[in-house]
Design a protein around this ligand. Structure first.
Ligand code: ZN
Length: 451
């Protein structure tokens, strides 16, 4: 991204980053479509009365809303908000669309920008005033059970999405004081950044009938009664790209999972007088060979030293580099460099169409495994308050909790982190006592320093 755009907290997607973004979006889009979600696109502006209709909801966003007050020189009769989130844009339309039980379930999603006047330190992909890529889904159901099932489905969709990107995560039910404003409960996905702080990378909200009642979203039952629908919503922002970069990258730059890499293979010809043309021809041959295997491949024939090209593509995180020089030409081989492990191996030229796809699969698996191991090492279990205080900041601390807000808040203060919540799906706690009050622990609770 180019961070020099002259509005604080807003950044420009450059072509290479944009392509990574597109591939990530496509991956999720496919998963949503496969599970019966249909894509829509709502306007960016929301009338003030509509945004403010649900009091708990607006209270959670009020100090972050950007307002459009003028149309040209004329002051508008009603202020319009740049959507901070889309519930209040979408649900009044749900009220018009949903008539009977036959219209349910309704499952839609959109990929849009949202705006938040963030007062904390802004940073690209993590805390932005314009979130450029909010992938949000909204669903309506006849019964509470179906809505609960939808929450589970959403968690499954997101889990497989993060798995495929090799991003490790835990899912937690957020504490009451940190749930989505207006929701009954929130399940959030957190990952662990290399500095020991967690990053929230996705959320799933059970809305119950709360918004349905505010926006009069009702349906006619088979018996002819009018009932409020049950709703859920869930979203993933640009942070998914941030976490992918932070978790897989190293001091040389990006390390991209082959799935979302704009180029999966770059071919660098190492030219030598006398055989220049032949080496270039060979490079093009490799390109064609791999393209037939549907590998995204590029020959870098720029007038630049091979060393500089190596650095350039390592920085960009291209999973595989094929080096072709006079010796390889003579021996009928190719040198293949793996970005994830930084090592080279020589293969016979004809083997490439088989070797390259295999290696890409191996890289994806290896990235996932390496990230998962590191993540597991960053989860600490303790029932001692001193230990908890020491470990918060190094990763995620799990301890016992009586479940009271008072103890939760005290933990945040004393341990110096935020309560992420309790495990989802719910599990019996291995802890005996709440470290704050000494009462029986009803839950396992997770605490970490957060972004
Ligand atoms: Zn307690």
């Amino acid at each position: 991204m180019d961070v020099r755009y002259p509005v604080k907290g807003m950044y420009v997607w450059l072509p290479y980053g944009f392509e990574i973004r597109q591939r990530v979006v496509e991956k999720l889009r496919r998963k949503l479509r496969e599970t019966g979600h249909e894509e829509v696109l709502f306007p960016t502006l929301i009338p003030e009365t509509q945004l403010k209709k649900e009091s708990e909801h607006i209270a959670g966003f009020e100090d972050e809303v950007y307002w459009v007050t003028h149309g040209g020189l004329k002051e508008l009769d009603e202020k319009l908000a740049l959507r901070p989130t889309s519930e209040t844009a979408i649900y009044p339309m749900f009220a018009l669309w949903i008539r009977s039980h036959a219209d349910l379930p309704l499952k839609i999603f959109q990929v849009v920008n949202t705006f938040r006047y963030e007062t904390k330190h802004t940073r690209p992909l993590i805390r932005m005033r314009e979130i450029t890529t909010f992938k949000e889904a909204h669903t309506a159901h006849a019964t509470e059970e179906e809505a609960e099932e939808q929450v589970k489905e959403a968690v499954e969709i997101y889990s497989s999405f993060f798995d495929e990107l090799g991003i490790p995560y835990i899912a937690s039910v957020r504490p009451e004081w940190d749930k989505f404003p207006g929701a009954e409960y929130t399940v959030a996905f957190d990952t662990l950044m290399p500095d020991g702080r967690t990053l929230q990378i996705g959320t799933v909200h059970m809305l119950g009938q709360n918004f349905a009642k505010t926006f009069e979203v009702t349906y006619e039952t088979e018996e002819g009664d009018q009932e409020y629908v049950y709703m859920t919503c869930y979203g993933i922002s640009d942070r998914v790209v941030a976490s992918m970069i932070a978790i897989h990258g190293d001091e040389r730059g990006l390390v991209l999972p082959p799935d979302v890499a704009p180029y999966q293979v770059v071919v660098v010809p190492i030219l030598k007088k006398g055989v220049r043309r032949k080496i270039l021809e060979r490079a093009v041959e490799v390109e064609e060979m791999l393209r037939e295997e549907e590998v995204r491949v590029k020959v870098d024939d720029r007038d630049m030293s091979p060393g500089r090209k190596f650095h350039y593509w390592e920085l960009k995180g291209v999973p595989l580099r094929i080096e072709l020089g006079a010796r390889e030409l003579k021996e009928g081989t190719a040198v293949v460099f793996r970005r994830d492990e930084l090592d080279r191996e020589t293969y016979a030229f004809e083997e490439l169409p088989e070797v390259v796809p295999d290696l890409m699969e191996e890289i994806a698996m290896r990235l996932r495994k390496r990230a998962r191991e590191k993540f597991e090492n960053g989860i600490f279990r303790t029932d001692s308050p001193e230990e908890a205080r020491r470990l918060v900041g190094k990763g995620i601390v799990e301890t016992g909790w009586c479940g009271s807000k008072r103890c939760g808040m005290r933990m945040e203060e004393e341990f110096g982190g935020d309560v992420l919540g309790t495990p989802y799906p719910e599990e019996d706690t291995e802890f005996e006592r709440c470290p704050i009050c000494g009462e029986t622990a009803e839950y396992t609770v997770r605490i970490a320093k957060t972004y």
